[in-house]
Design a protein around this ligand. Structure first.
Ligand SMILES: [Zn+2]
Ligand SMILES: [Zn+2]
Length: 321
């Protein structure tokens, strides 16, 4: 059954997040929180919204059904993997998204008044428009921001999200955010200011994020990625540091490292994740670059013939990677 319709109607922006759109429209209709909206949709929590709700959401808010359909994050189990699609781009690892854990740019909320879907990506820690760090904790109550709040523009404690203090982002996180935005925005291109950014050119969004994750996840050579560690989801700060490490290590890798430096990079870069990508990357370019970086760049022995079957590659994949 289709829900009733609210008084103030509107459609989402093309780069708006579905959760943000629902919260924004609830606010436009002066609803105290999302309880009524969720009741209309037959959901208990905003985090339960799925791609099955898009027609109901469009109907409820009098929105253009096509516009809502385009901002919905689709997901499906495919060959045992939980695959997502964001604006048509495939994401093969659920931990590369952080949809249930919102983050925000104070200046975007102040200037544009809506939450961007790009903030749902784990590796996006900077605003590609304003060049400031994204935030995930309220500066007033220190609690993580939640979708389950009364207003898009305020924390559950009442503090304004638009007025939260902004800090400039560093170059590596701005480059990653700019590249991910370009992947999500057909017709948008970014120039590679640093050689490591050139590695991302030609890769799928999924492939580029997997490469960055593989390169930056380990804090140091002694850091072993434990079971479930990647799946648990990283904080914005942890991802910011991971982007910086990825930029540094990939820069060293493309700069023809000495044998000693290559041996050190083999300990720093999460080689099993690279090998997994060389086997099951979503595009030929993804697989080729992962193979080239692991074999030529890092000097890891190639996986040959039958040994490169799914069962063997599965052994090389650490839990959660
Ligand atoms: Zn911004
Ligand atoms: Zn707060």
């Amino acid at each position: 059954m289709m829900p009733a319709r609210v008084l103030v109607s509107g459609s989402p922006h093309s780069d708006e997040s579905l959760h943000g759109f629902v919260l924004r429209m609830a606010g436009c209709n002066r609803m105290a929180g999302l309880k009524w909206v969720l009741e209309q949709l037959g959901r208990r929590s905003i985090s339960q919204l799925t791609d099955a709700d898009d027609r109901k959401i469009a109907c409820l808010f009098g929105a253009d059904a096509q516009a809502v359909e385009e901002i919905v994050v689709r997901s499906r189990w495919l060959d045992g993997a939980h695959v997502h699609w964001v604006r048509g781009q495939e994401v093969t690892r659920p931990y590369l998204l952080r949809t249930p854990r919102p983050q925000w740019c104070p200046r975007c909320l102040a200037e544009f008044g809506y939450a961007r879907v790009i903030w749902n990506f784990q590796l996006v820690t900077a605003c590609h428009v304003h060049g400031v760090m994204l935030l995930e904790r309220c500066s007033s109550c220190s609690r993580p921001l939640r979708w389950q709040r009364r207003s898009l523009l305020a924390c559950t404690c009442g503090a304004s999200l638009q007025d939260a203090p902004c800090l400039p982002a560093d170059s590596s996180e701005k480059a990653v955010a700019g590249w991910i935005n370009a992947c999500l925005s057909p017709g948008t291109t970014v120039s590679a200011a640093e050689p490591w950014q050139g590695l991302l050119a030609g890769l799928s969004l999924d492939g580029g994020m997997r490469l960055l994750y593989a390169a930056g996840l380990r804090r140091d050579a002694g850091h072993r990625v434990g079971p479930g560690e990647a799946k648990a989801g990283l904080t914005t700060l942890e991802c910011r540091l991971a982007c910086g490490r990825a930029a540094d290590r990939l820069s060293r890798l493309v700069a023809k490292p000495s044998d000693e430096d290559r041996a050190h990079l083999r300990q720093l870069i999460h080689v099993p994740a690279l090998l997994a990508m060389s086997q099951d990357g979503t595009t030929a370019a993804d697989r080729q670059l992962a193979r080239s970086l692991s074999e030529v760049g890092l000097g890891v022995p190639p996986i040959h013939g039958r040994l490169s079957s799914r069962s063997h590659s599965a052994q090389l994949v650490l839990p959660g990677v």
